[in-house]
Design a protein around this ligand. Structure first.
Ligand code: AHR
Length: 505
């Protein structure tokens, strides 16, 4: 018998809302066609942003959005994307498909998108292509309130008020596409560049994000921290030189070269993907152990600012656009990963799903004027209740391993938080074929009342299409029953379940 015991008297930390963040890059149809269609489009829009997409995204209560990349950020010149649109430079997007980039979406449009979504802004700069001066001037352009060359230019371009930059990424994947650097070289560049990410608004200092490791590159974490970690109290910022260190990890079922189909996979492909999603826990533990040595007080957060599935792109689409379908398997990857992030909320303070629309594990797909919510969208919608909650101690016993001879995974994973007297419990059944029953109770013996319950489930590769957009969706969940001292919950195979609970008085 599987038993889940929730201890409401054992708070384990705050789940930063930013763990539910998103990522939007100038890549394929994420920005152009997905989020932004321009003011003159026949697709309904507000200041160029698609109204249907923005309205669906608002339901997710998105806390933060990262832009303009990714790899694109390292080659991006912010000056190309300001001023009258007709005179903006047309460039080639060398990284993603070699397509024309007309820069009609730039800094002003990004902040307009954040305004419409009601989210914080995370801007990513370049340390391989741009100079420290270009980075410093961009920060001045966005945030300086007063008379200055960059603030004046911003006013000339129609926005006298400064914007608030909540987070600034100093480089992207500098171990790879972002300059192929060694960790000590990047660490020294980071020290230099971050100096010019000035917090002009002292009440809202910019959170500086240092480029962290690729997957399991523990040497990168170690060497970068050795070069540029400084404790707070120094003049360099709230937390010395940095507020967060990033981590990138994608789930490629068949490995980086082959990746594997998003929709056509077998039982092995299901469990392999689950196993690779669960690996996030190992990565966080190991990188955290290194961070703990430099930063025992936990001043610097881990920002998993790129995560998700990365499959072979949909047949017939531009390989440089990374457009993939999204199935029940993606829903489970999201559920598994978000539960891991919640459980590590002491160190993980931000995460950005890659990417928001039409790219990789997107929450929304568009085709012309049509759009659909993916299975991942519905999981993000259920999990939004954890944002800003207090992680509660929860103990799950009696869980068997399930899977194939090669890929064994726990049948059930969970996380629990509490906010305003309501307990949010999210459960995943990773078994592709068997339902799982879990007895849920409170450590103090109080009973539980179910306020709301919903589920995302389906056959392993079920998905939504433009003709059938609601095949996999969030539906009311009736698989719970009051039991002696708690609840009995029966999770169908391949399911993600949300229960909102209150202690019975
Ligand atoms: O998300 C797609 C790409 O993956 C990003 O541009 C890059 O940072 C990563 O390699």
């Amino acid at each position: 018998m599987k038993r889940l015991t929730i201890n409401t008297q054992a708070p384990l930390g705050r789940i930063a809302p930013e763990i539910y963040g998103h990522f939007s890059e100038h890549l394929g149809r994420c920005i152009y066609g997905g989020l932004y269609v321009g003011e003159h489009s026949g697709i309904p829009n507000v200041n160029g942003m698609r109204s249907d997409v923005v309205s669906a995204l608002r339901e997710l209560e998105i806390p933060v959005l990262r832009w303009p990349g990714g790899c694109f950020a390292e080659e991006y010149n912010w000056r190309d994307g300001i001023g009258p649109k007709e005179s903006r430079k047309t460039i080639v997007n060398n990284i993603w498909g070699g397509v024309t980039e007309d820069n009609s979406f730039g800094t002003h449009e990004f902040f307009e998108l954040c305004r419409q979504l009601g989210c914080k802004a995370y801007v990513n700069g370049s340390v391989s292509y741009a100079t420290p001066r270009e980075m410093g001037e961009w920060v001045e352009y966005m945030t300086f309130d007063g008379v200055s060359p960059m603030a004046d230019l911003r006013a000339e371009n129609g926005h006298p008020e400064p914007w608030r930059v909540d987070y600034f990424g100093v480089g992207n994947e500098n171990w790879g596409n972002g300059g192929n650097m060694n960790p000590d070289f990047y660490g020294n560049l980071y020290r230099q560049y971050q100096t010019y990410v000035r917090s002009y608004d002292k009440d809202h200092p910019i959170g500086k994000i240092c480029c962290g490791p690729n997957v399991d590159d523990y040497e990168w974490t170690e060497e970068v921290l050795r070069t540029c970690f400084r404790r707070s109290g120094s003049e360099q910022g709230r937390h010395g030189f940095m507020d967060m260190l990033s981590l990138h990890y994608y789930v490629h079922p068949e490995g980086w070269d082959i990746k594997g189909s998003a929709t056509d996979f077998d039982t092995e492909g299901w469990y392999k993907t689950m196993g690779k999603a669960l690996y996030m826990d190992t990565l966080i533990r190991r990188h955290t152990a290194i961070m703990d040595r430099f930063d025992p007080a936990g001043e610097v957060g881990l920002a998993v600012d790129e995560w998700g599935t990365w499959f072979t792109c949909e047949p017939g689409t531009n390989p440089g656009f990374l457009y993939q379908q999204n199935t029940v398997r993606d829903a489970l990857v999201a559920g598994v990963t978000l539960n891991i992030f919640n459980k590590h909320c002491d160190r993980v303070r931000m995460a950005c799903l890659a990417q928001m629309v039409n790219v990789l594990q997107a929450v929304i797909l568009t085709e012309g004027e049509r759009m659909l919510r993916t299975p991942t969208y519905h999981v993000m919608h259920m999990f939004r209740h954890h944002q800003g909650g207090t992680l509660l101690e929860s103990t799950l016993t009696g869980v068997e391993q399930t899977g194939t001879a090669k890929w064994q995974v726990p049948a059930v994973t969970e996380s629990v938080s509490e906010k305003d007297g309501v307990i949010t419990l999210t459960l995943n059944n990773l078994s592709e074929s068997e339902a799982q029953t879990v007895e849920v109770s409170l450590a103090d013996g109080c009973g539980l009342e179910v306020l709301e319950a919903s589920i995302v489930t389906g056959a392993r590769n079920e998905r939504n299409t433009f003709d059938a957009p609601d095949t996999v969706t969030e539906r009311p969940f009736g698989g719970h029953q009051a039991a002696e001292g708690g609840l009995t919950v029966t999770l169908p195979a391949c399911s993600v379940v949300l229960l909102r609970l209150r202690e019975r008085q």
